[in-house]
Design a protein around this ligand. Structure first.
Ligand code: CP
Ligand code: NVA
Length: 307
C-alpha cells in the first residue's frame, strides 16, 4: 500500500514526531546552502512529484516544488481546470493514469472527498495540499516552528481564534497525539465541525471551545489566526460581520503568556483577522512558519517514499 498523507488523525505519534524531527534536521543540515542544492541524502533522487491545484496557492506550490528539488527529484504542476478532470474524466481514472507516470501526487482539492477518492485509486502516495476539511502539511510546519522557538509543544496551550475551519480541524486532529491543549474561540455560526472535534477527542485531545476570544487567549503559549474567508467560502459579508470581534490585535495578544508566539499560515488579510502590529511584531513567527513549509514538505515527501 502506498503511504498517503491525507489526514493527521490517521498518523501515529511516532510518525508525527519523526516528521517534525526530520524537518528540523534537514533545515539545520543545509543552513546557508543555496536553495537549489540537493540534501546530502537526496531521498527523492529519480522521483517525480505531480501537483494538481483546484485552488490558488503560493506557499504550498513553491515549497513543494523547492522541496522535491532539494530531495533530488522533480515536479510536474497542473491546474485541475487545465486537465481532463475539468472536462469530466473521473478522479479514479486520473489517479490510475498518473500512478503510471509519477511517483507521488500532491493535490489541493476543493472537496476532501476528491482526495480520498484519488488516494483510494492511486498506486502511488497521495499528499493533501489542503482541502475544505484539512491542511495537514501546514500543521507539521506550524508545530515545527513552535518547537524551534519554544521547545516541546506537549503540555502547552495553543489558542485558535476565528473561523473553525480546515486549519483548525487539523490542529484538533493532532492535539491528542502531540499532547497540547487546543482552545478554540469562534462565533457559533463558524464553530469547528463536530466530526473533527470527535476525531481529536478520540485520540486524547484536550479541546476547549468558547465564543470568547479573551477567554481562549488568556495565558496561552501561542495565538493562531487564519483568514475569515477561506477559498470556496461564499458568505463573505456574513463572515466578516460575525468574525469582526475575533481580530488578533495587540490588546488580545497582551492577554496571552508574555512569551506567547503568534502564528498564521498566510496569506494574511491585514486589518481583518490580524493587525499589522501583531503580524509584523516581535511575537510573530509567520515568516519562519512559511519557510518551514519547505522543510516540512521534505520530511513528508521522504516519508511517503518510505524514508
Ligand atoms: N499557507 C498556505 O497553504 O498558503 P498557500 O495557499 O499560498 O499555499
Ligand atoms: N483556511 C484557508 C487556508 C489557506 C492556506 C483556506 O482554506 O483558504
Amino acid at each position: 500500500h502506498p503511504r498517503h498523507f491525507v489526514d493527521l488523525w490517521k498518523q501515529d505519534v511516532a510518525t508525527l514526531r519523526a516528521l517534525i524531527a526530520d524537518a528540523r534536521a534537514r533545515k539545520t543540515a543545509r543552513l546557508g546552502w543555496p536553495k537549489g542544492r540537493f540534501d546530502a541524502d537526496a531521498p527523492a533522487r529519480d522521483r517525480t512529484l505531480a501537483m494538481i491545484f483546484e485552488k490558488n496557492s503560493t506557499r504550498t506550490r513553491f515549497s513543494f516544488d523547492a522541496a522535491i528539488r532539494q530531495l533530488g527529484g522533480r515536479s510536474i504542476i497542473a491546474t485541475a481546470s487545465d486537465m481532463q478532470l475539468g472536462r469530466g474524466e473521473t478522479v479514479e481514472d486520473t489517479a490510475k493514469v498518473l500512478s503510471r507516470m509519477v511517483d507521488a501526487v500532491m493535490i489541493r482539492a476543493n472537496s476532501h472527498e476528491t482526495l480520498e477518492r484519488f488516494a483510494a485509486a492511486s498506486a502511488v502516495p497521495v499528499i493533501n495540499g489542503l482541502s475544505d476539511k484539512s491542511h495537514p502539511c501546514q500543521i507539521i510546519a506550524d508545530l515545527m516552528t513552535y518547537e524551534e522557538h519554544r521547545g516541546d509543544v506537549a503540555g502547552r496551550t495553543l489558542a485558535w481564534v476565528g473561523d473553525g475551519n480546515n486549519m483548525c480541524a487539523s490542529f484538533m486532529h493532532v492535539a491528542g497525539q502531540l499532547g497540547f491543549t487546543l482552545r478554540v474561540a469562534a462565533p457559533a455560526a463558524y464553530a469547528p465541525n463536530r466530526d473533527d472535534i470527535v476525531l481529536g477527542i478520540e485520540r486524547g485531545a484536550r479541546i476547549e471551545i468558547t465564543e470568547d476570544p479573551r477567554e481562549a487567549v488568556a495565558g496561552a503559549d501561542a495565538v493562531i489566526a487564519d483568514t475569515w474567508v477561506s477559498m470556496g467560502d461564499l458568505d463573505h459579508d456574513e463572515r466578516l460581520a460575525a468574525l469582526e470581534p475575533y481580530q488578533v490585535d495587540a490588546d488580545l495578544m497582551a492577554l496571552a503568556a508574555p512569551d506567547a508566539l503568534f502564528l498564521h499560515c498566510l496569506p494574511a488579510h491585514r486589518g481583518e483577522e490580524v493587525t499589522d502590529e501583531v503580524l509584523d511584531g516581535p511575537q510573530s513567527v509567520v515568516w519562519d512558519e512559511a519557510e518551514n513549509r519547505i522543510h516540512a514538505q521534505k520530511a513528508i515527501l521522504a516519508w511517503c517514499f518510505g524514508g
